[in-house]
Design a protein around this ligand. Structure first.
Ligand code: FBP
Ligand code: MG
Ligand code: MG
Length: 335
């Protein structure tokens, strides 16, 4: 075994000695890794073919839930409830906050998760993932009020995602860089295969759902038009475009080779505030991206500085290589 192939547990223990990682946070992260391992197994299991289709149920966003959305949510709830420092869980799939403690104290954790991201990809056998975020309470809070979980992304002490692609990867930050682990078939361990992930500052690859072009605001249209104008356009370079319809897969590509991802506010989603959810999609990805040297913005504000107003709040998201995020921020300022 090389130094780069240490297990997730060994990695967390070395983080504990180097950066005083709380032992309860280690237990919680291991429980989350177990959740991802189980969900990966269920997605890959032939026995689950036929269980991927839509259920009759709708979630709080008014979207039809996939059976695996429901299953993945149950897996996360069960495992995250193991840690006796977890005060509350906030899931994309559940309307209310799930309180585990009656009197949450300073030092307790709040865990936010999107148990299955990109779930429209399930039926066509493309990459999906899970996203999580952990905040630590600086003070006691009121468990009778769901607004008590509305902490800004800058309060996160850890965030990560698992992508269920050709292999299953787990990418995690505990606030000191970003490290990626690959699930080993057979032993079931996650081993450190992508240490110290860094997003290149410059890129010529962008990701956006271009079918929404007519709905976009002027700054986003300007950016897109200039990218596709290529070498002859004002940017003077040829851009490549990707769209996987799974934020986890987009962010994983950006962490691996750079790029910028946009899901802006447009006239189709403006009333809701955007498409992606702040607490369990935008915030965790923003922390990961910043920890890897990239940037994450709404076009006008740093995502991690946003003060949430509801736990299912949606926001515009622009994240990835710093140079492109800066260009988009400038176009929004100039508009
Ligand atoms: O359907 P669109 O417009 O391509 O949107 C895709 C986006 O929606 C999401 O699938 C939303 O996530 P959920 O599957 O958790 O609802 C993102 O992963 C992705 O970036
Ligand atoms: Mg999602
Ligand atoms: Mg989801």
């Amino acid at each position: 075994m090389t130094a780069q192939q240490i297990t997730f547990r060994e990695f967390l223990l070395s983080e504990r000695s180097q950066h005083q990682l709380d032992k309860d946070l280690i237990f919680l992260l291991e429980d989350i890794a177990t959740s991802c391992r189980i969900i990966s197994h269920q997605i890959r299991g032939g026995a689950f073919a036929g269980r991927l289709g839509a259920t009759d149920a709708t979630n709080v966003q008014g979207e039809t839930q996939k059976q695996l959305d429901v299953i993945a949510n149950e897996v996360f709830v069960r495992h995250c409830s193991n840690c006796n420092r977890v005060a509350a869980l906030v899931s994309e799939e559940v309307d209310e906050v799930y309180w585990l403690k009656d009197e949450p104290q300073a030092g307790d954790y709040l865990v936010y998760f999107d148990p299955l991201d990109g779930s429209s990809n399930l039926d066509v056998n493309l990459s999906v993932g899970s996203i999580f975020s952990i905040s630590q309470l600086p003070t006691a809070i009121d468990a009778t009020d769901d607004r008590s979980v509305l902490w800004a992304g800058s309060e996160q002490i850890s965030a990560g995602y698992s992508v269920y692609g050709p292999s299953t990867a787990l990418v995690v930050t505990t606030g000191t860089g970003v490290n990626g682990f690959t699930h080993q078939q057979g032993t079931g361990e996650f081993r450190l295969t992508f240490p110290d992930m860094v997003i290149p500052e410059t890129t010529s690859e962008f990701a956006i759902n271009a079918s929404r072009y007519t709905l976009w605001d002027a700054p986003v249209r300007r950016y897109y038009d200039e990218c596709i104008a290529g070498n002859a356009g004002p940017r003077g370079k040829a851009f490549n475009m990707r769209w996987t319809a799974s934020m986890v897969a987009e962010v994983h590509r950006i962490l691996t080779r750079g790029g910028v991802f946009l899901y802006p506010k447009d006239t189709g989603n403006a009333e809701a505030g955007g498409k992606l959810r702040l607490m369990y999609e935008a915030n965790p990805m923003a922390l990961i991206v910043e920890q890897a040297g990239g940037a994450a913005s709404t076009g006008s504000d740093r995502i991690l500085d946003l003060q949430p107003t509801s736990h299912h709040q949606r926001v515009p998201v622009i994240l990835g290589s710093r140079e492109e995020v800066a260009v988009l921020d400038r176009y929004h300022r100039d508009a």
